[in-house]
Structure formats: C-alpha cells, structure tokens
Design a protein around this ligand. Sequence first.
Ligand code: FES
Length: 395
Amino acid sequence: MAERGQEAARWYALCAAGALDNGAIHRTELHGEGLVVWRADDGRVNVWEDRCPHRGVRLSLGHHRGDTLQCQYHGWRFASGDGACRAVPAHPKASAPPIHATTWPAIERYGFVWTCESADRAATAAFPPIDALAAAQSQDCVPLRTTTIDADLASVRHALSAYVLPHADAAECAVFECEFGTLTVESLDGAASSAIFVLQPARAGKTRVHGVVPGEFDAAQRLALQRTHQARLNAVRDALEAAGHVQAASLTEALTEALAASSTDAPEPNRAARAQPLPVAVAMPLVRMDAARRAVSSAVDASRDEGGPFTVHLARSGGSVDVPANISLLDALRAHGVEVPTSCEQGVCGTCLTRVLDGEPLHRDAWLDARERAAGDCMMVCVSRARTPTLTLDL
Ligand code: FES
C-alpha cells in the first residue's frame, strides 16, 4: 500500500450508509488495512483502524456506547471524532490514559461512507463531487447488496465492462468509468436505465462491489431490481472466482453468456433468471465449487465436536507435545515449558499467532479471516486445535 499522505487524497467507499443504522458496527478492509466503521448517536461517522491501541483486539468486536466505541476485551472506551480514550472500567476514578484509536478521514456522501488514504485530516473538506453519484442522488435510488469478489480490482472492473442491464442486450449497454473506481452502466436503447457500481479494493485479490440503481420504483419493482442485479453480480463473481477453470471461452465471453442467461423480460426478473441454466462453460466450474463447498461444510460439521488428542511437533526445539482431549494446546505447551506470548487467551487479540509448518489446524478463534483460515499456515494456539493427528508449529 502507498504510504498514507504521500499521494493525493483518493477516496474509497467502504459501505452503504444504511449499514451503520441502529448502532451497527461495520468491519471492512482497504488495501489490506482492517477498518472499523461506526456512527455515533449524534450522527457522526467514524472510520478507525480496527485495532484497540491498548492490547490490539479488533474494535469491531466491541460495543456501541452512543458516543464511544468500547473494546470488548478490557472495556476501554474511545470517543467518536478524535478516537481519544475516555474511560477505563478497571480504574473508574483515574483519568483516562492519553491514547487514541487510530482515526481515518470519514465522510458520508451519496449514500456511502468514504475514507481516503491521506494522513491529512483536513482532506475531508477536499472530497470531490462524483458527477454520476450526484446525479443519481438527485432522484430516488435502489441500493444493491454489496458483493465481495475474490479477484483484484482491475479484473472486477474488466468483468463489469460486460455487465448487462435488465431488459437490455449487451450491445445496448455502455460502461463509463468515473472518479475513484465508480463505474456507470447505461442503456443505449433509450430506456434510460442505468446502474452505478463503486469498487472498493479491500485487499490484494479481494474487491467489494457496492451499487445503486437510480430511478423511482415502487416496492415490488425495487425488490425485482435488487434480485436481478444480485443474480448478475453473483454471475460476475462466480465466473471470476472460477476463471481458472473456464476453458471454452474467454472470461469476458463467459461473463456475457452468464449475464445473458440471467436476463429476463418478465416483470419479476429473478424468477426467470433462476429458471435458465448457466452455460456449460460457466456452470461446470460452479458445480465443482458447490461440491467443494459441500465437502468443506461436511468436514466442518464432522469436526464440530472435535476435541480429541493430537501431537504437536516443535520445529525449532525439535521436541513434541501430546495434547490430550479437554486440554487446550496452550496449556499443553505451557506444561512442557514452551512459552507463547498471549494476551486475551480467547482467540480475539492475535497475540499468540503461530506459524503452522505442517498439518491442518482446527481454527476456533475470532481473529483470522476466511482467507487466512483457508491458507492454514498460521493459528491461534490459545483456542485452536488440530484437524490432523499431528501439527508442526514454528516454536
Ligand atoms: Fe489473544 Fe490468543 S492470546 S488470540
């Protein structure tokens, strides 16, 4: 990631503003940086580094307390706006320590919450008008559910260039790129329909697609539009994520076919979209993906009650530790004199992160994300165990 403050402020949408309603706390990423987004009771939106400055626990696991966000580990509270620590429950009579949550620029505009990679807090004033979104906001808008795609932003942008609006052919649609990863898809057939997508580069190989459809629609039309666009975005996502298996056509061709398969002239587009099968080139990888998901799911089910014994080999010391059922890996390591730095011992702070050199961990923490879990090359030894009879750890 470019150093913050070393380039002109570039704004990115992080979530729909409505995602923060009713005290919701939203976790997201921008270029691999974990961020927590929340709105205080006075309406102010905050974007902070998702890490408590006290012991590093994710603040997104915490609690909304009106004008503060409270870390769930030791209960320290951090104030909306400057992120300053306001209270430490263990020392109610002492002044709060002079530490802050790390704040990022935050602004709510065009129905989204935005931040920018700039150390300049005054950058908020420099938020530029985004013409497509400004025009859309001048009328009613239908929000689309955010879709997360395991592909980089350039690939997603390329794939969306084949996006087809409902009730239009591919040749009748044009895609225009606006500011800051904003794509506008417009119908050229005079129907004046369009959709606007805003791309969020969450991390290398992961992009989030936010979207709105401008126009005034009744409740049934709004629902049909949301379903139809979701079917199309799902087709984009599935084709991109299975791109390595598509052999019969280029990615763009496969996407065009998939999007066409989900198109419909019916007033309720989603029914027709589901009724038409995807073309073989795209459907086959999806069948394999479904089978893989089922296999993973049943493996997870089977392991739900796993608490059985396993053996840990210690790569650095050369020793081995047997971990009986009902004894945590951390306790077993300690009993053998192997010290691992810890803090929460609940799987939420990340302090005990340990590299896995061989074997498959059974993750039971709240720290690793899905991608890190799937990689299987690290684990939290305070709460996690093993799926395989042995593990080799970098200890
Ligand atoms: Fe906090 Fe293990 S000690 S995650």
